[in-house]
Design a binder for this molecule. Structure first.
Ligand SMILES: Cc1ncc(C[n+]2csc(CCOP(=O)(O)OP(=O)(O)O)c2C)c(N)n1
Length: 329
């Protein structure tokens, strides 16, 4: 048995709970989608939870986050309320983006959560812009953290962003969530250089790889990367090797990958891994696990109630924030 003295089991329970919150929340969203309570696109993060949870655990409140359309987990782990996230999924005006963004555009300035971006690669220049603002405004040592899929490395924004971040020495951490497939296209079919860290290094950006299915490894890797960016004021690239267990979105026949491959990866999923490890080392009782499950169930039930009670935005409000109400000078 391992030496319990050096293990903070309370912290590990917290990480497990965060991953389970995301998993259960999204499973409920899939159900609500089939009931047409949630409409539009819905991209689930199931299988990838260790990345957002490990990373958010060490990212500070003053840092800035930019994510993709697969961002429910990032928003939850960042601390946005589940009520407001669920209401946004419903398209209700009590949602975090007042019901205007939906699943792909969760946004909350108070939590420095700058989306939710539907455009592949679109978040990278935004993060570089935020990092430039941090540098120019001499804000306390904040870091802009950008999450994106490996599909984004084929976009011009990736190359322009890494180049400028390195050229101008900006405090930005690029976290690439490499789940091997960009919709139905395997990385190996689209990239001549398959080693993503080499792409970053070619722009003089320091780069590392980490097992994105191990939440503790991700946490340690992100902590080290953040320290480098914060102290040295330069960009860093971290590739988290992960895997999504469900389709790209709710519409995906998944003909591009083998069912056995998916099953194999599920058996070694991030939640299963941490739960088993804690149990094998007598650091998690059945009662503790049941309590975590119960609390998450209550939180989800409350979020649904909040969303059902929310109002649709009045049609008279539809032009607000589309055109300026002030006469431009
Ligand atoms: C510029 C642009 N091109 C194409 C699309 C359509 N599209 C949406 S998701 C996606 C795949 C992106 O894969 P990846 O970046 O690996 O992220 P993942 O979905 O795997 O998390 C594509 C091509 C888009 N949204 N934006």
């Amino acid at each position: 048995m391992i030496d319990k003295l050096h293990i903070n089991s309370g912290h590990l329970h917290h990480l497990l709970k965060q991953m389970l919150r995301i998993r259960r929340f999204e499973e409920k969203c899939a159900e609500l989608y089939s009931l047409q309570k949630i409409r539009g696109f819905l991209h689930l993060y199931v299988g990838e939870e260790a990345v957002a949870v490990g990373a958010m655990s060490v990212i500070k409140p003053e840092d800035y986050i930019v994510a993709t359309y697969r961002e429910h987990g990032h928003a939850l782990a960042r601390g946005l309320s589940m009520d407001k996230i669920m209401a946004e999924m419903y398209g209700k005006s009590n949602g975090c983006s007042r019901g205007r963004g939906g699943s792909m555009h969760l946004f909350d300035a108070e939590h420095h959560f700058y989306g939710g971006n539907a455009i592949v690669g679109g978040g990278l220049p935004l993060a570089v812009g935020l990092a430039m603002a941090i540098k120019k405004l001499h804000t306390e040592k904040a870091v802009a953290v950008c999450f994106f899929g490996e599909g984004a490395v084929a976009e011009g924004e990736f190359h322009e962003s890494l180049n400028l971040a390195a050229l101008w020495q900006l405090p930005v951490l690029f976290i690439c969530e490499n789940n091997l497939y960009a919709m139905g296209t395997a990385l190996s079919l689209s990239e001549s250089e398959k080693k993503l860290t080499s792409k970053a290094e070619s722009y003089a950006v320091e780069a590392r790889q980490v097992d994105g299915m191990n939440v503790v490894d991700v946490e340690a890797a992100v902590a080290a990367a953040m320290e480098t960016v914060r102290q040295q004021g330069r960009p860093f690239f971290l590739e988290c090797q992960t895997y999504r267990f469900r389709g790209h979105s709710m519409f995906d026949t998944e003909l591009y990958r083998d069912k056995d491959e998916v099953e194999q990866r599920k058996n070694d999923g991030p939640i299963k891994r941490l739960t088993l490890w804690l149990q094998e080392n007598q650091l998690l009782t059945d009662h503790q696990l049941a309590t975590i499950g119960y609390e998450i169930g209550e939180e989800i039930g409350q979020a649904i109630k909040f969303s059902e009670q929310g109002e649709w935005e009045a049609t008279t409000e539809l032009y607000r924030d589309v055109y300026t109400e002030e006469t431009p000078r």
